[in-house]
Structures are given as C-alpha cells and as structure tokens.
Design a protein around this ligand. Structure first.
Ligand code: ZN
Ligand code: ZN
Length: 144
C-alpha cells in the first residue's frame, strides 16, 4: 500500500521542515561567511608573502658570496668578504610548476630569469626570498 506508507513520511517532513529550516539556514550562512573569510585570508597571505620577508638576500658579483641578513639589517654595496663595491640585492623568482624559488641579483635585466630546475623563463614571478629560501640557496648569515 504505497499511499499509506507515503503519508506518514509526508507528515513527518511537514512537521520537521519548518522548525528545522531556521537552524539549517543559519548554519549555511555561517559556513559561507567562514569560507569567505578563509578565502580572503588566504588571498591576503599569498599577496603578503610576495612582498613580505624575514630576511634580505645579497649576492656579490665579484667573489660570488651569497649572504643574507635579518630583515632590519642592510648591508652593501661593499661586500664583507672581498671588500669590493659589488654586493647586489638578491631577489627570488618563483616557479609555479616545481615550487622552486630561483634567486638572482635584482638588477634590471632584459632577459627573463630562467628557473633553476625546469629552465622555463619566470616572468612576473618575483617574490622576496625568505630566510629558509636563502639558506637553501646557500647563503650565510651576516649579523651586521
Ligand atoms: Zn665579494
Ligand atoms: Zn621550474
């Protein structure tokens, strides 16, 4: 008897739906708000990561010294290793493909920087290297 079986189910739905509606929608709205917050926080982090760093990287064009300092410490253009006026700021170029940060002196070069790993040109991929990136690059810390 399909009609009899159907009826209690229909009644149950009619009874529970109006009361269940409000908390359910509040939950959905809260969920969406949380998701929106997470999305904006996420976007902000990525943007901040590109311009924010905890260290300054340097490369000497004369002796090839790779150095870094704390964010608040600035050195150069005199190289502490060879004493030449050839210390350049180093900056990073991030490869989306292999998540590798290629570090180069930040001079205006018409040639795009090429990824250390996959050799693809990295255009508009500039990102300030962080201490861990500079360490991985082989830089040593200079304290003053
Ligand atoms: Zn040097
Ligand atoms: Zn690459």
């Amino acid at each position: 008897m399909p009609t009899l079986e159907h009826k209690p189910a229909g009644l149950a739905a009619a009874r529970f739906f109006p009361t269940g509606l409000k908390p359910c929608w509040t939950g959905v709205v809260l969920c969406l708000a949380a998701l929106a917050l997470m999305a904006t926080a996420c976007k902000k982090d990525v943007a901040m990561e590109a311009i924010d760093s905890d260290a300054n990287g340097y490369l000497c064009l004369k002796c090839g010294a790779k150095l870094y300092t704390a964010r608040t410490v600035f050195i150069g253009p005199q190289c502490p290793k060879c004493q030449q006026q050839s210390l350049m700021d180093a900056t990073g170029y991030y490869c989306e493909k292999d998540h590798h940060l290629t570090i180069r002196p930040s001079r205006q070069d018409p040639q795009p920087v090429v990824c250390d790993v996959c050799k693809a040109p990295l255009v508009n991929a500039m990102r300030l290297p962080r201490e861990k990136d500079l360490k991985a690059w082989g830089a040593t810390k200079v304290s003053s």
